[in-house]
Design a binder for this molecule. Structure first.
Ligand code: ADP
Ligand code: MG
Length: 694
């Protein structure tokens, strides 16, 4: 077959022989639309065939490559219509191995081997009535190597492994080699292989180490474009604005009205924000601090300052509960500082509230996603609480819709090394420590059998005037209640909030004021319960993870987490963050019977570690960042090859290299960086868009 190298990597996959519109649709489900996508499709694993020199010691299941002479070929019809069985005998030093094909023709000339030929074949050995066989053997290139490695691709229905292999080799052989995207000096310094080698070795390595090298190189490129894109975005995002003035009477009144002394971290964050807002460029800042660090008050200061300077403020939060809570808690202080504040929850009051924002009668809106559809007369500040809930993409979207000062709050305890890539485009203020006087939350892991003793200590806390949460991993919809109520053989405690609520209110906690809140309750009902809990009218709140983020009830001192083995470390830490928010000693009890050593390890780590960052490092080591951050939050979906924590070191080099590269060529205009620039534009169109072609 003549090799034509005329295909460009940006062409659709249908230029490859054998891929029509139908198969192109299947491929699209794998994220493969262009020839380039196909070349970057990462095999799930590889099958390694080892050369054997004789056939004596073979066993079924062995994956081998072997050379020998074809001794005979037989053809038989089979039970199935129009299928013929062809058997060729491969002889080697007096032993034989059958090579088997099922073909829609009795014609032996159609077989890939002929009698008397000397061939090299590969495949998995299986047993058959006449000895050992390889069905539909592969024909490795005759290169005298000891290993023959083939890729195993991810598939969807309608695609077959062998087709995929044919297509990837066709793509490799017929594609105009793409231009090198990593500058030569970096490649030399970091010992990265050329792109063309990487693509070939990713699919058809001669030895396993080549896969490692290919992945490393592709991961490097991926991270480099991400880091550069974020860095460029950071530059283009800063829009001109008229600067805010020094703190006036409203800002000062707000600060002096606070019932507590600000921590050093809070004061530093406020100083950063003040500097940002008094400059002539839009602020783009993240305030980062562990749960309970006291980030809200910092954001409220920014809000007052914006309003004092004639701007409006949008305060975006991920849940209604949180919106209600912020509104209830801060309404008075804000009003006293001259801020007219209202709340937008995506319900029937919306139209009225939106109108007031559009006409400028209200200075500040606190709200959920509904806020994104509101119009403001003079919006000047966007605050996003629990920003990890909104994800990297939404962040870009918000900044585009509203090119105003942006302030993000986050407690995501991600390792600092990762933070540097996820937040590359933000300035960061860290609140390193919680307000003084907080004692550490005493954390214990309890086996379910000992639950009764738990309720005794719970009661002691309630008698002392404190409150408690009991969190369950499941809601337990009506349909599952009956089933769940049936005592299961192993007496396993039920892990749904609804069922537990019924049991507890009629049993162990019958004399206490117990409330129930979960995400499937009507919103008004949720708010009613939360507000009652906030006001101390409920002693024990049975709930799901709806309380996970942001909820702040300082009088609550007990957090019981049922089925704790079902939560990730980061989530456990967020839940623990709901207590220990006031002056009282607080307790977190993880009730769990882990079934794996890993789950047990997670619980021990949780009990021994209070620091969100340490938890994050551990979590990442135990589970990998995908799970730690969740697909929605991580922005990792965009990385095919980079893998953490394995690639943390690689990323450190990337961040250094990107800095040097952008110093030398700030807009990637040099010929050397042309391919990188093109790749960047393909992946992150917004990052160079505003630069007028360079
Ligand atoms: P997070 O950083 O998790 O959002 P919050 O802003 O909700 O934390 O603050 C947690 C609790 O700490 C709140 O009840 C808040 O009023 C209180 N708080 C914040 N700053 C201080 C401070 N400097 N001193 C004492 N309490 C504070
Ligand atoms: Mg908060």
């Amino acid at each position: 077959m003549a090799v034509q190298t005329s295909v460009h990597i940006d062409e659709p996959v249908t230029v490859i022989p054998g891929i029509g519109p139908v198969r192109a649709r299947y491929l699209s489900q794998l994220g493969v639309d262009t020839v380039g996508d196909l070349l970057l499709l990462q095999p799930r694993r590889y099958l390694n065939h080892r050369r054997v020199a004789h056939l004596g010691a073979l066993r079924p299941g062995d994956r081998i490559m072997v050379s020998g002479r074809i001794d005979s070929v037989r053809t038989r019809s089979t039970q199935r219509r129009r299928t013929w069985l062809h058997e060729a005998t491969l002889m080697l030093e007096g032993c034989c191995l059958l090579l088997v094909w099922f073909l829609p023709t009795p014609d032996q000339a159609r077989l890939p081997v002929q009698r008397g030929a000397y061939v090299t074949v590969a495949g998995t050995v299986s047993r058959c009535p006449r000895g050992l066989q390889i069905v539909h053997p592969l024909f490795p290139p005759d290169n005298g190597r000891e290993e023959f490695i083939i890729p195993v691709y991810p598939l969807v229905n309608g695609l077959h492994q062998n087709q995929m292999r044919k297509w990837t080799s066709a793509a490799l052989n017929n594609t105009i080699p793409p231009a090198e995207t990593i500058p030569d000096d970096i490649r030399r310094q970091r010992q990265l292989i050329p792109l063309t080698n990487a693509l070939r070795w990713l699919h058809y390595p001669h030895e396993p180490d080549q896969v490692t090298q290919a992945r490393r190189r592709l991961a490097y490129e991926e991270l480099l474009s991400a880091v550069i894109a974020l860095e460029l975005r950071k530059r283009t995002r800063r829009r001109s604005v008229s600067p805010c003035g020094d703190d006036g009477p409203q800002s000062r009144a707000f600060l002096s009205s606070l019932p507590f002394e600000l921590t050093e971290g809070q004061r530093a964050a406020i100083a950063d924000i003040r500097t940002d807002m008094q400059a002539d460029r839009t602020m783009y800042r993240l305030v980062h601090g562990d749960v309970g660090a006291g980030k809200t008050v910092v954001a409220m200061f920014a809000a007052v300052k914006a309003v004092e300077n004639g701007r409006q403020v949008a305060f975006l939060v991920p849940t209604r509960l949180l919106a209600e809570q912020h509104y209830a808690r801060w309404k008075e202080a804000l009003t006293q500082a001259g801020v007219r504040v209202d709340i937008l929850l995506g319900d029937r009051n919306d139209d009225r509230v939106k109108q007031r924002a559009a006409s400028g009668e209200v200075d500040m809106l606190i709200g959920t996603h509904a806020l994104l559809n509101a119009d403001f007369a003079r919006l000047g500040l966007l605050i996003v609480d629990e920003q990890q809930r909104f994800g990297v993409e939404q962040r870009a979207h918000l900044a585009m819709r509203w090119p105003v000062h942006s302030l993000y709050l986050s407690a995501t305890p991600i390792p600092r090394s990762l933070a540097s890539i996820l937040w590359q485009d933000l300035d960061v203020s860290v609140i390193p420590a919680p307000p003084a006087g907080r004692s550490r939350v005493i954390t214990r892991w309890l086996r379910p059998e000992k639950r009764e003793q738990l309720y005794t200590s719970l009661r002691n806390q309630i008698s002392a005037g404190r409150q408690a949460y009991i969190v369950f991993p499941r809601i337990g919809t009506e349909a599952t209640i009956d089933e769940a109520d049936r005592p299961s053989p192993d007496q396993k405690h039920n892990l749904s909030a609804v069922t537990a609520y019924k049991k507890l209110t009629t049993g162990a906690l019958t004399d206490l004021r117990v409330g129930l809140v979960h995400g499937q309750m009507p919103a008004e009902k949720q708010e009613e319960v939360m507000s009652a809990f906030q006001k101390g009218k409920i002693d024990v709140l049975v709930c799901t993870t709806v309380v996970e983020v942001g909820v702040d009830v300082p009088n609550a001192t007990v957090m019981i987490i049922e089925g704790a083995e079902m939560f990730g470390l980061a989530q456990l830490h967020q839940l623990r963050g709901r207590v220990g928010r006031g002056q009282y000693q607080s307790y977190c009890i993880a009730v769990a019977s882990p079934t794996t050593p890993l789950a047990a390890q997670r619980l021990r780590t949780f009990c021994n570690t209070q620091d969100g960052f340490k938890i994050a490092e551990q979590d990442m080591l135990l589970r990998g960042p995908g799970e730690l951050l969740g697909q929605r939050q991580s922005g990792y979906g965009e990385f095919k090859f980079a893998d953490f924590p394995a690639d943390l070191d690689l990323m450190k080099s990337v961040v250094d290299d990107a800095r040097v590269l952008l110093q030398k060529d700030p807009n990637l205009q040099s010929a050397e960086n042309a391919a990188l620039r093109e790749r960047l534009l393909a992946r992150y169109p917004s990052c160079l868009e505003k630069r007028g072609g360079g």
